[in-house]
Design a protein around this ligand. Structure first.
Ligand code: NDP
Ligand code: OXD
Length: 313
């Protein structure tokens, strides 16, 4: 079996090593040395050089090395084979950690505490309880739902919003545009775990920020975006922070990555930036998932994590 691999900027030797460990029968070819294209049956890709995907006549499936697939859905004339994304405990656990971490950063005023330390000030101001915070999650899919349960366990009031209706025990759920407005009006901390699609692009904008609750413990909304950078209008985030429409933000993803050193986001008060590290795909866990899907496909069994290319996620 011949597998093509491309993952610009990632540790390719680690991916080859893990893939080989999981699928010893496979030959791995990198995208800059593919050989006879008709021999390639599976392709594993993460952004960068993906043009070659269109030229593989005997492809059986394409695997995204992450949970997001917009870099594939945006390609015209992609071969009509299943596109499979990462769905797995390791990635989900990492994202849950990020969401809980960032909620606590704002709830427990970590930046303020660090400033007090810097100034050697003894400040015993008590924080509100977790149960005083209403956390709304836009995108209550695999990652959003797992994060919702973790937050709920910690005592937060948790709501979730999706495209289609959902029932999740202990979580208030909303769907569609009307549902979103209802959720936003009772949200202090907004977590975004949406995919980037034409429908979600630019959804985190000034209009939306103005709809967040203003009567919560922080006196204004906080936005945590670990979905995709194209969901957010960065100019609007800067305006919203400067004008007090938002009380804070945590951003892991950006309209253009890496974020330019000239971006005003770096220096905004109460804004925490990370470099798209919320949930990086680990080579071992991811290749175990992919190898399992390939084995299923070869055995004529259904794969898990197949993307609905029409929906775009
Ligand atoms: P899922 O496909 O499981 O969940 C996506 C959720 O978004 C679903 O609840 C879906 O609704 C909802 N949704 C999609 N479009 C709309 C819309 N137009 N209106 C309302 N709701 C919508 O994806 P995952 O949870 O696995 O991953 C989510 C995203 O997280 C990925 O696409 C990726 O962009 C990002 N990500 C970021 C990482 C990072 O390190 N920063 C790491 C991993 C992922 P419905 O349930 O009705 O389909
Ligand atoms: C992903 C990511 O989509 O890391 O998995 O962004």
């Amino acid at each position: 079996m011949i597998i093509a691999l491309t993952a610009k900027g990632w540790d390719i030797p680690a991916w080859v090593e893990n893939l080989t460990a999981q699928l010893p029968e496979a030959e791995i070819r990198l995208s800059d040395n593919l050989g006879d294209l008709s021999e390639i049956e599976y392709a594993l890709a993460w952004k960068g050089d993906t043009d070659f995907l269109k030229a593989l006549p005997n492809l059986k499936a394409i695997f995204s090395l992450g949970a997001g697939v917009e870099f594939l859905t945006q390609i015209d004339d992609l071969p009509e084979v299943p596109v499979v994304r990462v769905v797995g405990d390791d990635l989900t656990a990492r994202m849950c950690e990020y969401v809980v971490w960032q909620c606590l950063m704002h709830h427990r005023r970590q930046l303020h505490c660090l400033e007090m330390q810097k100034q050697k000030i003894w400040d015993q101001t008590a924080d509100a309880a977790a149960s005083d915070f209403r956390v709304g999650i836009m995108g209550i899919g695999v990652l959003g739902e797992a994060a919702a349960h973790k937050l709920k366990m910690m005592g937060y009031q948790v709501s979730g919003w999706s495209r289609s209706p959902k029932t999740i025990e202990g979580i208030d759920t909303y769907h569609g545009p009307d549902g979103l407005d209802v959720m936003l009006a009772k949200t202090d901390i907004l977590v975004t775990l949406l995919p980037h699609t034409p429908q979600t692009e630019g959804i985190l904008n000034l209009d939306l920020f103005r709809k967040l609750a203003k009567d919560g413990p922080l006196g204004g909304g906080v936005v945590i975006n670990a979905g995709r950078g194209k969901l957010q209008v960065e100019e609007d985030i800067a305006t919203a922070i400067r004008e007090g429409i938002l009380a804070g933000a945590s951003l892991d993803v950006f309209e253009k990555e890496p974020l330019s050193p000239d971006s005003p986001l770096w220096d905004l008060p109460n804004v925490i930036l990370t470099s798209h590290i919320a949930a990086i795909s680990a080579p071992k866990a991811t290749t175990i998932h992919i190898a399992e899907q390939i084995r299923r496909n070869e055995a004529g069994e259904p794969m898990t994590g197949i993307v609905d290319m029409k929906r775009g996620y």
